[in-house]
Design a protein. Structure first.
Length: 102
């Protein structure tokens, strides 16, 4: 897992043609807006989260965010344990996000 600030996260994401953006917030948080092109899998779903994530393509690079950067860090660790090699945590999460939201 790499911890990236918003500038690093966006710069790396822009140049990565193998990228997947993953939002691990709750449904209520997602209702307030989501980074464009994100897939949403709520970390609080526990085993269901693990099952959904485990079904993802492990050869992709995952750019992960939550509200503050804490849960996305946990998600990165879980994903590494499941065999994902490239996970990137957005430090500060949506609280510090200044980019596009849909």
């Amino acid at each position: 897992m790499e911890e990236l600030d918003q500038e690093e996260w966006l710069s790396q994401l822009k140049n990565d043609d193998n990228a997947v953006i993953l939002d691990v917030r709750t449904d209520a948080e997602v209702a307030d807006g989501i980074i464009p092109n994100s897939i949403h899998i709520d970390l609080h779903k526990g085993q269901e989260f693990i099952a959904e994530v485990d079904a993802l393509d492990k050869s992709k690079n995952y750019y992960i965010y939550c509200r503050s950067g804490n849960r996305s860090g946990q998600a990165c660790q879980i994903m590494e344990e499941l065999g994902f090699e490239n996970t990137y945590n957005l430090l500060g999460g949506m609280l510090e996000w200044e980019g596009d939201v849909e």
